[in-house]
Structure formats: C-alpha cells, structure tokens
Ligand binder design. Sequence first.
Ligand code: NDP
Length: 495
Amino acid sequence: MYNQQEIDKIRYNSIPEQKLLIGSKWVKAKQGKIQNIISPINGEKISEIQVSDEADVDEAVKSSRAIFEEGQWSNMPPAAKKKVMHKIADLIEGNMLELAVLGVRDNGTEINMAYKAEPGSAAETFRYYAEAIDKVYGEISNTSNDFVGLIQREPVGVVGAIVPWNFPLMIGAWKIAPALAMGNSVVIKPSEAASLSILRLGEICLEAGLPPGTLNIVTGNGRTAGQALARHMDVDVLTFTGSGNTGRQLLEYSAQSNMKRVYQELGGKSPNIIFSDTDNLEEAAKVSAMGIFRNSGEVCVAGSRLLVEDKIHDEFLNLISNFSSKLKIGDPLDIQNDVGAINSESQLQSDMNFVKKAETEGGIVELGGKRVHKETGGFYMEPTIVSSVKKDMDIFQNEVFGPVLTVTSFSNEEEAVQLANGTSFGLASGVWTANLSRAHRMIKKIKAGTVFVNTYGGSDNTLPLTGVKQSGNGSDKSLHALDKFTDLKSVWMKL
Ligand code: NDP
C-alpha cells in the first residue's frame, strides 16, 4: 500500500506540457493550441494539454488503421499478445501510487478510493482481458452434414473511445483492454478535465511492447476533438462513457457520417430502496452513504435517490445523516479524508444549483448544501441530503453527479417500484430487505442494468456494467464487452 509521506514526496512533482500520442511519437497539436490543466485540489494550474482538432484526430485514426492493416498487433499470435497485455498490467501495478496521485491531482478523487479504483482496477482489467485472448473461441454450427458452418469472431478494426473525467483510467481500461484483446487498434480521447493518467498509460503501453499506433491518444475538448473522432469516416466502432446529452449527439454524428456502431455508458439516477425489514439499518445507512458520497457523488452508479419505507423514514434519515455528517471532506491527497474535491468550479456550481432549486420546489436540506474550504482555491462541497423530494421535482429526475442524496418515502412494494422506475435512467439500483422473495420480486421489476441487494456499489470484471433505458446500451466489463469489439463472420464450407 502507501503512506502519507510517500504521497507528499510526489504530489508536487512538476508535470511537463503534455503531448498527443500518434504512432510512436509524442507530438504537439498541429494548430499549436494548448489548454491549462487546473487542479481541483487548489484551483491552480498544474500543466497543459494539447488541444487537438480534426487534422490531429485524422492523423491518429490513420495511424491506427495503418497498424491494423499491417497486422503487427491484429495478427500477433495470442500468446504474444497476452504477454504484452500482462506487461501493461505489471507496469501499471509497478507505478500504482504515481498513477493514482497524478490522477487525483487532475480530477480530485480521494486517494484511498482512486488508488484502488483507478490504477488498481485498470491493472485488473488488462489482466482479465489478457486471459481472454486465448480462451474465447469461435463456434461450429450444427448445420446439415454436407456443410461445416463456422462462426468466427473478427476484430472490427479501428475503435474510437471517448471517456469522462470521473474515473479516466478505470473507464479507459474498460474500453482499451477488451478492444486490444480482440486485435483492434484504438484512438482514445480522454476528457479535457482529466487527461493525465490516460496519457501516462500511453507511455506504459509503448514500454510494454504494444506496437506503436495500436493505441493513439488525442486530447482536447469534446466539441472539437471528440466530435472529429465520432464523425470520422474510418472509425468502425465508437465506445463512449459520459452524459446522455453527449450520447445523443454521438448518435447524430454516427448517422451523419459512416453509421459506425455507437456503444454508450451514460448517466444514472439510481434508486436505493430501504424496506423496513432490513436486517441491520445502521449498516445499510453507512453503505448507502458511501454509495452516494464517495468520489463526491461523481460516480455513474451512485445511489442518488434514497427511497425509504415510511415506517422507518425518520429513523433511517437520522442514521444516514449522522454517519454522513462525520465524513471528512478536504484535500483528496490527505489519506485521513473520506471525500475529496469536485472536479471543477462549474460542476460545483451545477451541484449547488440543483440543491437551491430543490429547496424552491419543497425539498428540505437535512444536511450540508454548502461549499467548503473555499480558502484553498479548490472545489469542495459538503455531503448533502435533501428530504421531502417528490417524483416530479428536477432533483428526482435529473442526474446531479455531485454529493447530493435525495430522500423520498414510500408505503408499499408497488409504490417503491413505481418510484424506482420513475425516471428516464436505468443504470443501477439497490434493494435492502431480509425477505428473499421480496428481493427476487424487486430484482425482476426494477428496470436497471445492475441491482445491488443488501449492499451498494461493489464492482469487478466478472459482472457487466450495462445501462438500460437512457443509461446506455452494450456492456463494459466481463466477457460480454468483447461483443462490442468483434464482428461475427459466418463461414459455409461444402464438404
Ligand atoms: P460528458 O458527456 O460531458 O463528457 C464525456 C466525454 O465526452 C468527455 O471526454 C468529453 O470531452 C466528451 N464530449 C463532450 N461533448 C462531446 C461532443 N459533442 N462530441 C464528442 N465528445 C464529446 O460527460 P462528463 O465528462 O461530464 O461525465 C459525466 C457523465 O458521465 C455523467 O453523466 C455520468 O453519469 C457519466 N458516466 C457514466 C458511466 C457509466 O458507466 N454509465 C461511468 C462514469 C460516468 P471534454 O470533457 O473534453 O469536453
């Protein structure tokens, strides 16, 4: 693991101006435009990234296409490919603290979470898909005896990946590792608000022996670089994690360009339902609090809507408010703190505005609601709990993506289901009950890609992350993710 001294030793390391990774070279954007990277810890500039435009993106896609066609990676024997992917994982693990601290300086996640969720999870993801390389087979169909029917999986070619700022390395690995495992080349665009750890991953991939061009990295803003990637005529598949608004635009770009397949992991407004027969309400309150307040609520699956059976409403509200009021908010690189910084000033203002609007609509702020540590220059907000929230309120319907929990009461199972399914999202959900039959009934009725039962927020590579309704399509993680990055080819062979 790590200690505070080790963090303090590297937390002020200077970070050189960042470049784009095209082929084997680190290059400046053609137009010479750069953009400051502002740390959410103290609002200070820590480095600069290149601002790519269409020409830079085009070069990156051409580089990915060329290496794909040449076959250094796409035709590399499985055992050799697997070695490279494991080496990437080894190098991530060998640089865990450096990668975690770099990422935290860029996006503000508390280090205790970032260490495991960013490099920790990314290394596991590369290993998981490295192991899939020589274990996922094609199929032989049971067609008539005069023929042999083969179903082969083939790489799609060039994969475009666009990722957000909340967990760039973890989410980046969810896209890059399965795409590479299936033999594709990748062009990734991280968010302008958190590019550093993905850029460092680019160095690691080259060091591990990934043929140059197999992974290209373009930085800059979504409207220009992201759009250029999504509209590119030679990108075969686009895999995206981010907001629904951007997701909608990506579908348009696809329709207006080469109709590339677009796989999306979008936002959530996940219900966490507490029934009065829950075994241990105190434990449920603690887990539910961390299910929303970790990473300042900047988690796609955050359990942001607490639905509580009316019989225990007041008791549970007290329990969760008491626990949450003791969480320590502050410098995300201080290992004593439970909750770090909000990613940006604009995200902080957006979070606060949601709370203000909720108050005007009848919500009651039970805890928090305020900006804190303003004197640091950083962006921090108290864990906030708003009760008396009704289904038609803005804060019930829309994703805050901040440390804000809403509380709504229900009187029976049917009402709980109606409230749970009463938004346009369908990413995650939680159900707390000691009644196994009720748990199964709820699992069936809740429209969400994930249901946590008597827990909230666990994750590893063995289970897919899937959004339904307007939370997305296709899956990240698990072997199911491979489907996004392969085409099926049917072979009819006459005997
Ligand atoms: P955005 O949709 O604003 O941005 C996501 C990515 O898309 C960024 O790289 C951004 O670039 C880029 N982008 C923005 N506009 C365009 C465009 N017009 N064309 C192409 N690319 C574009 O989301 P946030 O970064 O604000 O991330 C938060 C959202 O992500 C939340 O809704 C959250 O729920 C969701 N999310 C979903 C997860 C899931 O697995 N379902 C996991 C994590 C987050 P730039 O920032 O540089 O402008």
